[in-house]
Ligand binder design. Structure first.
Ligand SMILES: NC(=O)c1ccc[n+]([C@@H]2O[C@H](COP(=O)([O-])OP(=O)(O)OC[C@H]3O[C@@H](n4cnc5c(N)ncnc54)[C@H](OP(=O)(O)O)[C@@H]3O)[C@@H](O)[C@H]2O)c1
Length: 325
């Protein structure tokens, strides 16, 4: 597996998102044994970047990783996130990036992950009630203490990124980026390149949609995030199916799977971009990692570039309000 640099942090250019093993998707948390096998298979195949967050579960996803990484901690660039659980009184799904909250959050994450340091610690969402300078100041202290190696932001807009980076170098921005979510291209990506910040592309498979395997939403459980996601509901879903068909057509041409094409397209966007496809199955992690070997021609890339944008916003209204633009 080829390695790239996110800021100063070396990672495999394809990572593994662990969220769906415990959270957000139908079936999450039902087969931890297969999830752990999936993590181990990823490591065996050369993946080093593993992504989780305090809010996934909450907590159970970090605990799962702690179990999976026993004895293998040193093979991994371990990334987690804080800021969507307020330990200062607000509870879960409350934005809180106050220094006091960060102090509590980091100790919990370290304990659950079974480690004495987190390699990449992201603010999960920008907190409008805490100036980013205070947040990054607190994170910078954690770097000095050796509790975290690098600082990341997630779904932060250009102003926040600049302000944060002026306090302490930001290593990576993690935001949604895929064939059907390209709003990071005009402003954010150029800024990251100007500042030398890496990009971690979350939901690179469009929450599974771009794999072509989701032709109906009837099987989504009520706690599946996609059940209220505008791209997966009503007319939008039907319209978006045409996008999945286009990806499938190119995959057939290349002799790859649609998931591999979606990942390879992101890899072709630059050596500062690491997609973190999520799966809780060994067979799929093998498939996704094999995208490292898939080469798309200039013509195929151009065709993919010219696909129309998805119908519907990235997330439901409540989640969109938490995105900093
Ligand atoms: N920073 C943030 O705010 C944020 C938000 C969302 C996600 N993330 C991170 O990004 C990671 C990835 O995003 P994501 O999980 O939302 O979406 P994703 O990677 O775009 O898609 C994951 C979905 O696709 C399915 N899938 C995976 N590989 C497949 C394949 N080869 N063929 C068919 N289906 C496949 C998975 O199902 P199975 O598990 O059943 O295979 C899962 O339902 C997460 O795990 C998380 O770490 C971060």
């Amino acid at each position: 597996m080829k390695h790239i640099k996110l800021g100063g942090l070396e990672v495999s250019r394809i990572g593994l998102g662990a969220m769906g093993m415990s959270h957000a998707y139908t079936g999450a948390g039902t087969d931890d044994a297969e999830s752990i096998r999936t993590i181990h298979r990823a490591l065996d195949l050369g993946v080093t970047l593993i992504d989780t967050a305090e809010i996934y579960g909450p907590y159970t996803n970090e605990e799962l990783l702690g179990r999976a990484l026993k004895g293998r901690r040193d093979q991994v660039v371990l990334a987690t996130k804080f800021g969507l659980v307020s330990h200062t009184g607000g509870g879960e799904w409350t934005l809180d990036s106050s220094p006091a909250n960060i102090r509590t959050a980091v100790e919990g994450s370290l304990r659950r992950l079974g480690t004495d340091h987190i390699d990449l610690y992201y603010q999960h969402r920008v907190d409008p009630n805490t100036p980013i300078e205070e947040t990054v100041g607190a994170l910078s202290d954690l770097v000095s203490e050796g509790k975290i190696g690098h600082i990341g932001l997630s779904e932060a807009g250009v102003d926040t990124i600049r302000r944060a980076h002026a306090v302490h170098p930001v290593t990576a921005l993690q935001s949604e980026y895929s064939l059907w979510t390209r709003d990071q291209e005009p402003e954010v990506l150029p800024l990251l390149r100007e500042l030398g910040i890496g990009f971690v592309a979350y939901s690179p498979l469009g929450h599974g949609f771009l794999t072509g395997k989701i032709r109906s939403t009837a099987d989504f459980g009520g706690d599946d995030f996609r059940a209220t996601n505008p791209r997966f509901t009503g007319e939008n879903f039907q319209r978006n199916l045409r996008l999945a068909d286009e990806v499938e057509a190119i995959a057939a041409e290349v002799g790859a799977t649609p998931a591999q094409v979606a990942i390879a397209w992101l890899l072709a966007k630059g050596d500062d971009i690491a997609p973190i496809p999520g799966t809780r199955r060994v067979s799929r992690v093998e498939e996704n990692i094999a995208a490292d070997q898939v080469n798309l021609s200039a013509e195929q890339l151009a065709k993919l570039d010219s696909l129309p944008p998805a119908a519907g916003e990235h997330h439901n209204e409540q989640q969109m309000r938490m995105i900093d633009r």
